[in-house]
Design a protein around this ligand. Structure first.
Ligand code: ADP
Ligand code: MG
Length: 358
């Protein structure tokens, strides 16, 4: 077996929130998360807002340290890196953030955004850095003539292209992309995703792609980890996950994802209220929203266990869930969904239970 490029083992990150003026509460924003990324591959991390995706991303980037667990690059433990080791690590693992407006310094010309890291890391001379900045601009679909402009002179999509060029300028092994297209117009999202995919093929960089958009993930990733309330609840190669989702939460996410020609599909399958990460329960954190829930789910937390080749699921019923072919079975009924169904029935004057028969 080859050594993974980036390996995260049993990461835990605990935050403290003030409950009232005299007491605070500790909760695990990330709870026992393990991930493995191979060279030139894309690993997607998906899940609702607040489930801990960015916290995992920032630990992979060494922007914050895990409270427990460790991260290895090429088999080397990064937890005890000195300043120089950390500098080398930062060169190898780069980032593209969600916000194309906040992630570029408005006072810095694009030229300097791209050239400064190359000079700082002493990877080439000033002339070479300038030539490389010009060719990077072209490889992200911009022109060398735009190097003298400031970030505010670009659109959101173009700024994200600059952020990608900046991430590439140190020839990294990995780019952690934290919701890189979520803030962009839908029409621009596909262009930026295609650009990332093209660059990955040509440059050979590995991507950790954090997203809540399953359609994008399907397009881009080789493997997917689904997070719920700080934990990985399902992990599999992308095609396996989409064809045989083995966790009720993944099924709900898939059923909620809009798809072409599926206007009649149930659009809202999970309530808007994301789970409270500070809530303590001995059982499965998804139990309160799960339509397949059994008594055991309230008593004990299901471990992340193998259910097929390279396929892990944290559900007691993973192997006995009904086929996903039936639309109705993939519906996770929640109070919000019930309210929505009642509202629609009243609006359309439909008979009871007609909502799911469509
Ligand atoms: P995601 O990226 O999936 O939306 P995050 O990783 O940003 O989720 O956050 C996970 C949880 O940790 C959320 O409940 C969030 O409110 C909380 N959290 C994130 N950063 C901090 C922090 N610095 N202090 C306290 N809580 C935090
Ligand atoms: Mg986030």
């Amino acid at each position: 077996m080859t050594t993974p490029l980036l390996l995260a083992q049993n990461l835990v990150k605990t935050y403290t929130v003030q409950r009232d003026w005299r007491s605070s509460l500790h909760f695990n924003a990330v709870d026992d998360v393990s991930l493995s990324l191979e060279r030139r591959e894309t690993l997607a991390i998906v899940g609702e807002s607040g489930c801990g995706k960015s916290t995992v991303g920032s630990m992979l980037l060494q922007l914050q340290r895990p409270d427990k667990g460790r991260i290895l690059i090429d088999g080397e433990d990064t937890m005890s890196l000195d300043r120089e080791g950390l500098r080398r690590f930062r060169r190898r693992v780069q980032v593209v953030f969600q916000d194309p407006y906040g992630s570029l310094d408005p006072r810095e010309r694009v030229r300097d955004v791209l050239i400064r890291p190359m000079l700082l890391h002493k990877i080439c001379t000033k002339e070479q850095a300038f030539a490389r900045a010009s060719s990077l601009m072209e490889s992200v679909g911009l022109s060398a003539a735009q190097l003298n402009l400031f970030p505010h002179q670009f659109s959101g999509g173009q700024r994200q292209r600059i952020a990608i060029a900046r991430a590439l300028c140190l020839e990294p092994d990995v780019i952690v992309c934290d919701e890189p297209v979520s803030a962009l117009d839908v029409s621009v999202q596909a262009q930026v995703v295609n650009l990332l995919q093209d660059l990955q093929r040509t440059v050979g960089v590995a991507l950790v792609f954090i997203s809540h958009d399953l359609a994008v993930v399907k397009h881009l990733a080789k493997n997917v980890a689904v997070m719920y309330s700080g934990r990985i609840v399902e992990q599999a190669p992308t095609s396996t996950l989409f064809d045989h989702p083995s966790h009720p939460y993944t099924r709900a996410l898939l059923a909620a994802a809009p798809s072409v020609g599926a206007q009649k599909k149930k659009q809202l399958l999970l309530s808007d209220d994301a789970p409270d990460p500070t809530a303590r329960s001995a059982g499965c954190k998804f139990a309160g929203r799960c339509s397949y829930v059994v008594d055991q789910c309230h008593r004990e937390a299901p471990p992340l266990a193998t259910v097929g080749k390279d396929h892990l699921s944290a559900c007691f019923l993973a192997k006995s869930l009904p086929s996903t072919k039936s639309d109705r079975e993939s519906v996770v009924e929640t109070p919000a969904l019930r309210r929505l169904a009642a509202f629609r029935r009243a609006r359309d004057n439909q008979p009871l239970n007609a909502e799911y028969e469509k």
